[in-house]
Design a binder for this molecule. Structure first.
Ligand code: PGH
Ligand code: CA
Ligand code: ZN
Length: 307
């Protein structure tokens, strides 16, 4: 059932678990996410970035999700715009049928981020759609980074409190040291859990972790074994994901893990049988590989068996 983001995340917030927000760029990813949710009995958020919307067309994005939610009516699902950059982009998504949008204005100054977020919230709430915003910059932090440097890139908890009060945003992504993609940390992984707890205490709303892919060893290995190159890749360890959830994270954004798992399986078919050109022979194992990663994640985040 297609529901607004709040419906899924308020429950997660109250019961202290995390819900995977999985990016998709095609039917295969979407199908894997729904099938995993079905098997793990988990609610889901499916999200499309502006790039993904450009790639598929917004009518296709919404059409596919509406078909899937009919196919799996027992699964609570929200359709979310990931990293919306403008008011128009959020408005288009809302009018097309998205039930949740992110306005990402965190690269602007605090006042501009606040006023743009407020504008999106005012519009979204009159349409029954939930809104996510971001504070701070997504960036790895290292042990030897100074307090000043940390303060320059990570969320400021006092600002977060003001921001949430003034904008009435539904959920917030506080930067605590993660980044997008396969190369999140140069040395040992490090996140600012104290800052996270502080933000949770002062805002008391669902919080979002971006750049939350773990790149589990078996996924990296599968990619490397096919001749792929991911040298130096490092994700957010599972223990860190669980620690984040204890600190108040409820929406856990995941894209990279799915891409690597899928492409490792596709590469394997290509290597094993150079004569193969039936797309389904590549994509079926790709979907199986993604599904495994997603189910494992649902168990780790605590959203499994919540429906
Ligand atoms: C993400 C995805 N999407 O908004 O934050 O992060 O690259 O870690 O999957 P990953
Ligand atoms: Ca941002
Ligand atoms: Zn993100």
């Amino acid at each position: 059932m297609l529901v607004q983001g709040n419906e899924i995340l308020h429950k997660a917030h109250k019961e202290f678990y995390g819900v995977g927000a999985f990016n998709f760029v095609n039917f295969e990813m979407l199908q894997s996410i729904f099938e995993a949710a079905h098997q793990a009995k988990s609610p889901i958020i499916v999200q499309a970035s502006e790039g993904a919307i450009k790639y598929m067309g917004i009518d296709m994005v919404v059409g596919m999700v509406k078909t899937m939610e009919k196919r799996y009516p027992h699964i609570p699902v929200a359709l979310h715009l990931d990293h919306g950059t403008t008011f128009e982009s959020c408005k288009n998504a809302i009018e097309a049928g998205f039930t949740s949008v992110m306005i990402d204005a965190s690269h602007h100054c605090f006042e501009e981020n606040l006023s743009l977020t407020k504008q999106v919230v005012d519009f979204a709430h009159t349409h029954g759609v939930s809104v996510e915003a971001e504070l701070g910059r997504l960036m790895g932090i290292e042990d030897n980074i100074s307090v000043d440097e940390k303060d320059a890139v990570l969320v400021n908890p006092q600002e977060a409190e003001i921001f949430v009060k003034e904008t009435k945003v539904d959920y917030l992504a506080p930067a605590i040291g993660t980044s997008h993609g396969a190369f999140k940390f140069k040395g040992e992984p490090k996140l600012d859990f104290k800052r996270l707890q502080e933000v949770k205490k002062l805002t008391n709303i669902p919080l979002v972790l971006h750049g939350a892919s773990a790149i589990p060893d078996y996924v990296r290995e599968a990619f490397l074994q096919t001749g792929g190159d991911l040298k130096g890749s490092r994700g957010v360890p599972f223990e860190f994901l669980q620690e984040s959830i204890k600190g108040g994270i409820n929406k856990v954004n995941t894209d990279t893990d799915l891409r690597i798992a899928f492409m490792a399986a596709v590469r394997k078919v290509a290597n094993d049988d150079p004569t193969q050109f039936d797309l389904r022979k590549f994509f079926t194992p790709g979907m199986e590989a993604m599904k495994k990663v997603i189910i494992e994640r649902m168990q780790i985040l605590g959203s499994a068996n919540k429906i």
